[in-house]
Design a protein around this ligand. Structure first.
Ligand code: IPE
Ligand code: IPE
Ligand code: MG
Length: 253
């Protein structure tokens, strides 16, 4: 495919972009942004410097996904299990999140991107929730792309919340019928979005870490050894090229 001004002329990204079929891009990409701590460790820096550097990757990947015309991007930023980390690291992650929102909100809005925080957001610090609400409200009417950021998220928590929502709704309506897959999908945080076609995990770990358990049923999984702070446009294009090489059979032949 071609995209004016997207890649540096003469760079290796040109060939990657040209080899992509614009008609077969994923509709939704999910990313487990991993390896910030190890990136910092390699440089003898404190872990939080890795998180800070990871923000530049977030900015670039959000803009690039939008430019490519992909309809949805879901980024795993903080899991329900990440509370196990030292308090200082958690505090810094929350501070960086607020800083990111304040700095990037305008640009995301100008790019016609709708932001959504997914996860047990109500358990986050009130000041974080305030920033998230501002960001969601500002961008609520945007139609270019959906940007989900998973915060205090886990796939099992999401499925549990979905079940409880369905139980409550049905109790209210006096509805004792069985639920079907559409009802469950419609009660998830990602209701209304197509399932991710491509799941990217950086830093080489070959596991799901409780991410989007329901939605990734047929996602193509792409694992790269690159640490998240190093993951930029070229790496995204490489992932897309690999994705388009896959034969998606969905159980058929
Ligand atoms: C991913 O990087 C960011 C979060 C989970 C918040 P890590 O902090 O997990 O980095 P590693 O895996 O320890 O290198
Ligand atoms: C997964 O990374 C969660 C996020 C990227 C936010 P972790 O670093 O927490 O996952 P594990 O502990 O290696 O499974
Ligand atoms: Mg990690």
């Amino acid at each position: 495919m071609r995209l004016d001004g997207f890649v540096e002329p003469g760079s290796e990204e040109v060939a990657l972009l040209e080899s992509l079929d614009a008609g077969r891009l994923p509709r939704h990409i999910a990313v487990i942004m991993d390896g910030n701590g190890r990136w910092a460790g390699q440089r003898m820096l404190p872990r939080v410097m890795g998180h800070r550097a990871g923000i530049d990757s977030v900015r670039e990947i959000v803009e690039d996904t939008r430019r490519l015309g992909i309809g949805a991007l879901t980024l795993y930023a903080f899991s329900t299990e990440n509370w196990k980390r030292p308090k200082a690291e958690v505090r810094t992650l929350m501070r960086l999140l607020k800083e990111f929102i304040r700095k990037e909100m305008r640009r995301v809005h100008e790019n016609n991107i709708r932001f959504q925080a997914i996860g047990r957001v109500r358990e986050l610090d009130e000041s974080v929730q305030g920033e998230l609400r501002r960001f969601e409200e500002l961008t609520a009417g945007n139609t270019g792309m959906v940007l989900n950021v998973a915060l205090n998220y886990s796939g099992r928590a999401e499925l549990t919340d979905a079940c409880n929502r369905l139980i409550a709704e049905r109790a209210r309506a006096g509805d004792a019928s069985e639920v079907d897959e559409d009802a469950i999908a419609g009660a998830l945080y990602t209701a209304g979005l197509p399932d991710p076609d491509l799941l990217i995990r950086t830093s080489g770990e070959v596991r799901i870490s409780n991410f989007l358990l329901w939605q990734i049923a047929y996602a193509e999984i792409y694992i790269t050894p690159t640490f998240w702070p190093d993951f930029r446009r070229r790496h995204l294009l490489e992932a897309l090229v690999e994705y388009q090489r896959r034969d998606r059979r969905y159980g058929g032949i």
